[in-house]
Design a protein around this ligand. Structure first.
Ligand SMILES: Nc1ncnc2c1ncn2[C@@H]1O[C@H](COP(=O)(O)OP(=O)(O)OP(=O)(O)O)[C@@H](O)[C@H]1O
Ligand SMILES: [Mg+2]
Length: 265
């Protein structure tokens, strides 16, 4: 979404997909996130950058409800979800992947995606109803695999896949819940150049109805995919702008780009 489109939406009174006001999170005396204000428009592609320990993953955890906020508020599509458990936020259309893979290596790709759909659709599993719905859910799992170009590995065990394929499966699992907001924590980390290109293409090809929020150290991926970039440092947002503005920003260079965050393996 362009800035203009976001402005138009604001004028038309459309609620942002995500709105944070003064969000903070402490761990004892450590302020991992201090006071973050953030608005992401529906359909926008947003990247969150920042050095190690800046608070990016903690912010994701607070948005998703995996961690409670120590201060401030979180809204999804205009609804205050600050005190809502993560599974309810998932039902509102929020899906995420994790920085560290949480895949079960002994499951097949299809079963992994299938179970992630049940996790959202679930609550109470009723076997009889489930049986009737099973075929439709299997179909959805296969469709999600197709969207991330991993359908040829549906029957394989997750444990037999490459690191890059693990990332694809994780994105497929998130997509299978048909999210309105997809949050990815470093989807390109540890990938080969070829795999990073694949992930970039995958993200560029995502349905525009999905709002995408991406934490990514790889600038090639982040600046290519994002329309706006939020730069965090020491628990705060310090710069926000378009990829061009971020490239030209001196503070960004000083705190971040100077440290060689361009992956070049
Ligand atoms: N569960 C936790 N308990 C205590 N401290 C934590 C916890 N999670 C994160 N922290 C601390 O909070 C700070 C921010 O961590 P966070 O993981 O959010 O950073 P990040 O920006 O995601 O970094 P990276 O780029 O390395 O993933 C760090 O100092 C980290 O050690
Ligand atoms: Mg992190």
């Amino acid at each position: 979404m362009t800035e203009t489109a976001a402005d138009e939406q604001a004028v038309a009174g459309v609620a942002p997909a995500l709105r944070l006001r003064g969000v903070g999170r402490r761990f004892g005396g450590l302020h991992a996130v201090r006071s973050v204000d953030l608005e992401v428009a529906p359909g926008e592609r947003r990247a969150i950058l920042g050095p190690n320990g800046a608070g990016k993953t903690t912010l994701f955890n607070v948005i998703a409800g995996d961690l409670s906020a120590s201060s401030g508020s979180v809204e999804l599509f205009g609804q205050d979800v600050t005190h809502m458990p993560s599974r309810h936020r998932a039902r509102l259309g929020l899906a995420r992947t994790y920085q560290q893979s949480r895949l079960l290596l002994g499951l097949s790709v299809e079963d992994s995606i299938y179970l992630s759909i049940l996790g959202v659709a679930g609550g109470h599993l009723r076997p009889v109803i489930l049986k009737r719905r099973d075929r439709a859910i299997r179909q959805r799992a296969r469709e999600a695999a197709r969207r991330v170009a991993i359908e040829h590995k549906l029957a394989e065990l997750v444990g037999s896949l490459s690191h890059g394929e693990h990332r694809q499966v994780a994105v497929a699992m998130a997509l299978a819940s048909e999210p309105k907001i997809l949050m990815l924590d470093e989807p390109a980390s540890g990938l080969s150049r070829g795999e990073r290109l694949l992930v970039t293409e995958l993200l560029l090809g995502l349905d525009r109805a999905i709002t995408l929020i991406l934490i990514e150290h790889d600038m090639d991926v982040a600046l290519r995919v994002a329309e706006r970039v939020t730069m965090m440092h020491d628990g705060n947002v310090i710069v926000e702008g378009t990829p061009d503005e971020i490239r030209a920003n001196e503070l960004v260079h000083e705190l971040y780009l100077g440290r060689q965050h361009y992956a070049d393996e």
